[in-house]
Design a protein around this ligand. Structure first.
Ligand code: GLN
Length: 194
């Protein structure tokens, strides 16, 4: 069984490389049929959330993926992926999954100069490098959402049941601990089903 990586646009290849480093099988998801390949989890990469949302809609993949997540499939959204998971996005109106009880603010650090790296604390892991590229942050979270990282008073990582979201890009750093966390979420979910 493998982890599916949505590969319509954006930084999907880097997630694949990171999971291969961890000896986890992956497959890329480009069309509706790819969703039939058995998967223990799904990664939604960074990129351009409005473009990914439109492609998901046009390809007829928005509803099937939403249903899979609502059914408990573990999902990990990075940056644009976080925006696509958010139930609410400030100043925005485009197609998205809206499965996670967070409010995301898009391009929250400014459009052009908004890329930077920080080393900050991630709950349960410790200090890790966090690469931000025209990143969102999380303005508010619902009651069942656990906040996992805060940088400069802004929430940049959170978890709600089987949904994990980071405003930064762990796949663009050398540190694999966030991916290890997601793999263990996927494995725990598999065990709970058997
Ligand atoms: N700014 C992008 C968006 O709004 C996200 C950037 C990223 O994923 N690195 O979708």
């Amino acid at each position: 069984m493998s982890i599916g990586i949505l590969a319509l646009q954006g930084a999907f290849f880097e997630h694949q490389q990171m999971l291969e480093r961890l000896k986890v099988k992956t497959h890329l998801i480009r069309k509706p049929n790819d969703l039939n390949i058995p998967m223990i989890g799904l990664i939604i990469p960074g990129g351009e959330s409005s473009a990914i949302g439109k492609l998901l809609m046009d390809l007829g993949m928005l509803e099937p993926i939403r249903a899979m997540i609502n059914d408990g499939l573990p999902v990990f959204g990075t940056c644009a992926g976080l925006i696509l998971l958010a139930k609410d996005v400030t100043n925005n109106g485009f197609f998205s999954l809206k499965t996670m009880a967070i409010t995301a603010k898009r391009n929250a650090y400014g459009r052009q100069l908004g890329s930077f790296t920080r080393v900050c604390d991630f709950k349960g892991i410790g200090e890790i490098p966090m690469v931000f590229i025209r990143a969102p942050y999380i303005e508010s979270v619902g009651e069942n959402v656990e906040v996992l990282a805060v940088v400069d008073d802004k929430i940049v990582a959170a978890k709600e049941n089987n949904q994990l979201a980071t405003a930064f890009h762990p796949e663009l750093s050398d540190n694999s601990e966030i991916h290890e966390l997601f793999v263990s979420m996927c494995e725990d979910h598999q065990k709970s089903k058997s």
